[in-house]
Write a protein that binds this ligand. Structure first.
Ligand SMILES: Cc1cc2nc3c(=O)[nH]c(=O)nc-3n(C[C@H](O)[C@H](O)[C@H](O)COP(=O)(O)OP(=O)(O)OC[C@H]3O[C@@H](n4cnc5c(N)ncnc54)[C@H](O)[C@@H]3O)c2cc1C
Length: 605
């Protein structure tokens, strides 16, 4: 099968047809003289309603056809709990299974990349690409009224292929979210996509407002027109086993890749210009290491010939640890927990079939970006400094930059997202992320997911075998740095205050009758810390394992995303993020991939 329609050589071979991979493939194949091959391990889910129907996302995680189903090692900062780490498998990668929240970073989060030694990577440099990847459709007047959206700057809304919209599903809890923040002096300061925002806001979702279907890398960057390009070949259900190299340290050339199809046949395909890794945060470092690029100590121990000794490969793993506080809602307050009733599921399916409306066609979470808080609200600049100085004693360049990010007046340190249902963290089957949201308890709930925006902790992701089929060992390292627990547990206390503020407090059942998950009330910092340990799950924002940074600082790629020591091996996915930006990261993955495509084109001139 592998030999059927393939050439022996392509100008560009892209490993991974996920979020970033398809962006780069689409842009490079705009030059009809350039031949581009994408190799994707999973399937093409183009006509699959589970992927395209926004409200069916819970059926994707834990399913082998869509999800790699990774699991972290037990986390010492989380009472030795291991966490489910879903990763998309198939065209579109994680954008095909994600929750579709389109949230933008602050400018300061990206300017920090420049400060870490990456010239050409300020927010101003990346801003055009946030506009290039997607189009935000303005909310209707009705949605504006319900969600209190005031600040929409149409000039920032973009013009790219990913479609972002505000569906019909907003309701009383979204209004209450905004109003409770306003009562506490935390209303939104700006258009949330402006790069300068604090307070509560309504994010759009990556849902096409016309078809009410998921808008993701495969539907947008590999649509029916792009599929017709004869210079673009997309091979699915084929695994890249390794990258093939020639040459020596400082002048290594990636000559191609070794690929295996679903029938087990193996072939080497040549790259005439570049090999481009887009296999994601877990598998881009895996492919590097099995191919002989990584820390020599690890590679020697596994009997892998060292092509390039780059110890930064697989280090610097970051994620947004998020703690879930669920509150039982009053009768009449919408909660997806109600869908334990199969009749309601049937009605929702019928409604979606008619016009795409109803709970299956929408995603209506609310968000807020908050500075470091304690149980009373935002800390003063002086108090933030005292807290950070007490717990961050290592003044590495990175920590200094992170402190600056957090101390600035109003600077977000936390992102809160609402979820209209319950979250249970004591699940047994960790291969299925959706188990966290399955309604195991009989009541209906509303949850605040409260995430650390700028973690100081770092994790690792390394192979334990030369065999590409053996998953790497993933240690996100949550709370390895003590300040992360200090910040997040104070935030747990503040979430309690937010939920006690009108009109949010009117949506939930008051104590002592109303149930909550966990049952513990975070009345002291110790109790709040206990909640963090028991109730943190991954935000699925893994990034940073092949960081763009100076090599001597642990970097793997330079500011043109070329792997150090190679002439033509690039990485374009979330693994290159040197620092995780605050908020959800998909928008930045798209923007980085768009910029990567321009860098590759420029370097060919
Ligand atoms: C369940 C979930 C929910 C999320 N929710 C949100 C959200 O609401 N908002 C948000 O902003 N972000 C969200 N994210 C994060 C966001 O989707 C990801 O950060 C982003 O999509 C990652 O893009 P990527 O290109 O780095 O990797 P991916 O999109 O994961 O692409 C990697 C691709 O490489 C393929 N691959 C891997 N190894 C090989 C190999 N050896 N050979 C061939 N192919 C290979 C994979 O199958 C995959 O298709 C979520 C992520 C998940 C998993």
């Amino acid at each position: 099968m592998l030999s059927a329609n393939l050439l022996d050589a392509y100008d560009y071979i892209i490993v991974g047809g996920g979020t970033a991979g398809l962006v780069v493939a689409s842009r490079l194949s705009e030059d009809l003289h350039a031949t581009v091959l994408v190799i994707e391990a999973g399937k093409d889910h183009r006509d699959d309603p589970l992927v395209s129907t926004p409200g069916l996302l819970a059926l994707l995680c834990g399913n082998d056809s869509y999800d790699w189903k990774f699991i972290s090692i037990p986390q010492s900062g989380l009472n030795n709990r291991a966490l489910s780490l879903a990763r998309g498998k198939g065209l579109g990668g994680s954008s095909a299974i994600n929750f579709m929240h389109t949230v933008y970073p602050t400018a300061a989060s990206i300017d920090a990349w420049l400060k870490l030694g990456n010239s050409g990577w300020s927010y101003q440099d990346l801003a055009p690409y946030y506009q290039k990847f997607g189009t935000r459709h303005a909310p209707t007047d009705e949605i504006r009224a319900i969600t209190r959206i005031k600040r929409v700057d149409d000039s920032l809304s973009g013009y790219g292929p990913i479609q972002m919209s505000y569906g019909q599903g907003f309701g009383v809890t979204n209004s209450a979210w905004m109003d409770a923040h306003t009562s506490l002096g935390l209303k939104e300061t700006n258009d949330p996509i402006s790069g300068s925002i604090t307070g509560a806001f309504q994010n759009a979702a990556s849902i096409d407002p016309t078809t009410k279907t998921r808008s993701y890398a495969a539907s947008a960057y590999y649509d029916s027109q792009i599929r017709q390009r004869s210079n673009l070949t997309v091979l699915t259900e084929a695994i890249v086993q390794k990258v093939i190299f020639q040459g020596q340290e400082s002048d290594v050339v990636a000559t191609g890749v070794q690929v295996r199809d679903m029938n087990g046949s193996i072939r080497t395909l040549k790259a005439q210009r570049e090999v481009i890794l887009a296999a994601g945060t877990v598998q881009s470092p895996q492919i590097l290491e099995v191919s002989g690029v990584g820390g020599s100590k690890l590679l020697d121990a596994l009997g892998i010939d060292v092509i390039l000794d780059i110890p930064g490969v697989g280090e610097n793993l970051q994620d947004h640890a998020q703690v879930c506080q669920s509150y039982e809602v009053k009768d009449g307050i919408p909660s997806i927990d109600m869908f334990r009733d199969q009749e309601l599921v049937g009605a929702a399916i019928a409604q979606y079939r008619i016009n795409g409306d109803g709970p299956l066609g929408t995603n209506a979470s609310s968000t807020s970006y908050l500075p470091i808080v304690d149980k009373n609200g935002p800390l003063s600049t002086e108090s933030k400094k005292i807290l950070l100085d007490e717990f961050v004693t290592d003044s590495s360049e990175r920590n200094v930059i992170l402190k600056e990010l957090l101390v600035e007046a109003g600077a977000p340190a936390l992102s809160y997202v609402t979820f209209p249902g319950q979250i249970n963290t004591d699940i047994k089957d960790l291969t299925n992320f959706s188990n966290y949201t399955a309604p195991a308890k009989p009541e209906n709930y509303f949850t605040i997911l409260n995430a650390l925006g700028h973690p100081f902790s770092r994790g690792t992701c390394h192979i334990t075998s030369q065999n590409i089929d053996i998953p790497p060992t993933i240690d996100p390292g949550y709370f390895k740095h003590p300040v992360d627990l200090e910040i997040l547990s104070r935030s747990v206390m503040f979430a309690e205050k937010l939920m006690a503020t009108e009109p949010l407090s009117s949506a939930i059942l008051a104590q002592p009758n109303g149930k909550r998950l966990p049952e513990t009330i975070p009345s002291t910092l110790e109790k709040a810390k206990h909640i963090v340990e028991e109730r943190v799950i991954s935000n699925m924002h893994l990034c940073g394992t092949c960081p763009m940074m100076p090599r001597e600082e642990g970097g793997v790629v330079n500011n043109r995303l070329l792997v150090y020591g190679t002439r033509n091996l690039r990485i374009v996915d979330a693994s290159v993020f040197p620092l995780i930006p605050v908020g959800n990261i998909m928008t930045t993955v798209y923007a980085v991939a768009e910029k990567a495509a321009d860098l590759i084109k420029e370097d060919q001139k």
